[in-house]
Structure formats: C-alpha cells, structure tokens
Design a protein around this ligand. Sequence first.
Ligand code: DGY
Length: 350
Amino acid sequence: MYTLMIFIRLILMIAVIMCSSAMATKKDWRPKILVTNKETPTKGVDILKQKCDVIFPENAPATREEILKLVPGVDAIMWVGHHALNGEVLDLGAPTLRTISTMSAGMDYVDLEEFKRRDFPLGYTPSVLNDAVADEAIGLMIAAGRRFHEGRLKIDNSQWYLGPQWMLGKDIKGSTVGIIGLGEIGQAIARRLKGFEIGQLVYTGRKPKPAGDTLGAKFVTQAELLKESDYVFIAVPLNNSTRHMINESTLKQMKPTAVLINIARGEIVDQDALVNALKNGTIFSAGLDVMTPEPLPADNELLKLPNAVIVPHLGSATTRTRDDMSVIAAHNILAGMEGSPMLAPYPYSK
Ligand code: DGY
C-alpha cells in the first residue's frame, strides 16, 4: 500500500512538472518570422521583434533560392522585393506558415489566383506610397518634357550651344494631360497637376470614377486619350489586360510631340516598340521609372536614347515612405497571425 502511494505521488509530481514546463514553453513561445531582405527598415522590423523572432537571408538582396531555403518552419513572412511569390512558397511553409505580407503596392509578382484559391491571409502596402510615386511622376514629366537627360549629355560632350532655338522643350501650362488609370496614384498625380495650370485633364480606365469629377478630369476612351494628350501617364496595375497596352500601334496614336511617363510597371509598355518610337520621333520623349527587365542591363538600348529619362524604379524610395511601408507590413503580419483584420489585406475580390 505504502509503495503504491509513493508511486502515485511520483506520477503526480512528474505530471505537475511536465504540465508547468509545457505552460512555460507556451508562454515563452515566439513566432518565427522571415523578413526576406535584411535591409528592411528597422521601423517595421522592430515591431515584429517585440513579439517574434525575426530571421533574414544572409545576402541582401537575397536570391529567391536563398529565401526559399529559410521558409520551412516559419510562422509568417514579410516578402520584401519582387521575387515570384506563389504556391511553391506556401507549400514549403506548410503547415506552420500562417500569413504573408508584401512590402509593395504592386502585386504583379504574386500568384494571386493561388493565394485566393487557398484563402491565404495576404497583406500588402498600398496607399502609403501614393504621394512619393506621384511626386516622382511629376519629376519625370518635367525632366522628359524639358529634355534634362539630353541637356546633360550635351554638357558631357562639350556641345553646349547658346542659341534661341536650342534644346526647346514642351510646355505644361495649357497642355492636355492624360492619365491611364485614375486609381489612388493617378489621383495623386492629378492633384499635383492643379498647380501647373494645364488646359485639360483626361483619363481612361474600366469605367468613369467619382474622383474624376472631383478632380475636373474627363473620362475618355484610350484611343481619344492617346490622340489628344500632350503628356500621357501610365498608372495602372500590370495584369493580363494591361500587359503591352502601349505598343507599336498605340504609340502611333500619340502626338509626335507627346511625352510618355510610366511609373507603374515596365511590362505595360512594349519596350522594343517604345525604343523605336523614341528613335523615329513617333513620340517626343519618355520618362520611365519602370522598365523591362529590372535591373536594366547597362548596355540596354533605352539608355542610349537622349530623349528617354530613365530612373531605376525609385517611385516609393523615400525614407518616410519605406519606413511606413515596413510598419504596415509588420502590422499586417501580426494581425494575420492572430487571425484578426489586417491594416491592409489584399482584396482578392478586387
Ligand atoms: C510598389 O510598391 O509596387 C512599388 O512599385 C515599389 O516597389
């Protein structure tokens, strides 16, 4: 009897020890988050570090292969950069991976159909970069219209000539400006144009938007926009219906004096057709923040054109914007792991 009592007490003690150590483990447990670029702003990363263990690939930027090696066993991913994000990542992350947030507004590198099919909690960082991208768009408009790159080349080549007809550019005042895609960024561009005393603002898209009325913009067909506009801004997302929307035939619809500005995605433009159009004078000039491929090789034809102002995808590249993007992505991840609403969930039904 005595031996039995000792045995029972022993079993109870072991159970208590096991239970309390399990509770301690649960309390101390911290989710493991993969942030795919170790140069991600600390503003966002520090939010994650308060509650989670954060890991990064060794190299910055890391290859997709390096990133994929780190996926198994993580609870969430902040996907920073434009490597393909698809079902392969979700398969590698299963069963621990519960949520992902990108740190971008554009989602053209994400297999959204696959994420939707799996009903996977996905966040992104729209809106917060609208102003930075719109500022840059206006910068490109002026730089391409007023021949900044060509002027610099003249100086570099000792061709500075002070004639009254030399290096004349295009006016903005009184011009017709067309915006393809009056989404949040298109609207931010339109707001900035108010100070330039333009003649008319036109836009195109799937359907007229109430914002168009507020901004004094007229909804027109794409063909009308291209025919009438002195400046054409591309501000639509890249998808199957916008890929190569600007091509040899649509470029021919534009004025020979027109300036094309692309701050959306390179693949919306058939780049070979654009190079020809810039060489042949089909259009006057272009200001591009985005191109194909990215990074653009240093020997690419585009870079040889005096009338192409080329910037290496810097639309959202301001300190505050990138900080804000990282903060939103971090909050998306924390909410996604808890199963509560994200600050910026990707709207699959968009
Ligand atoms: C975006 O967020 O989509 C911008 O192009 C910057 O990557």
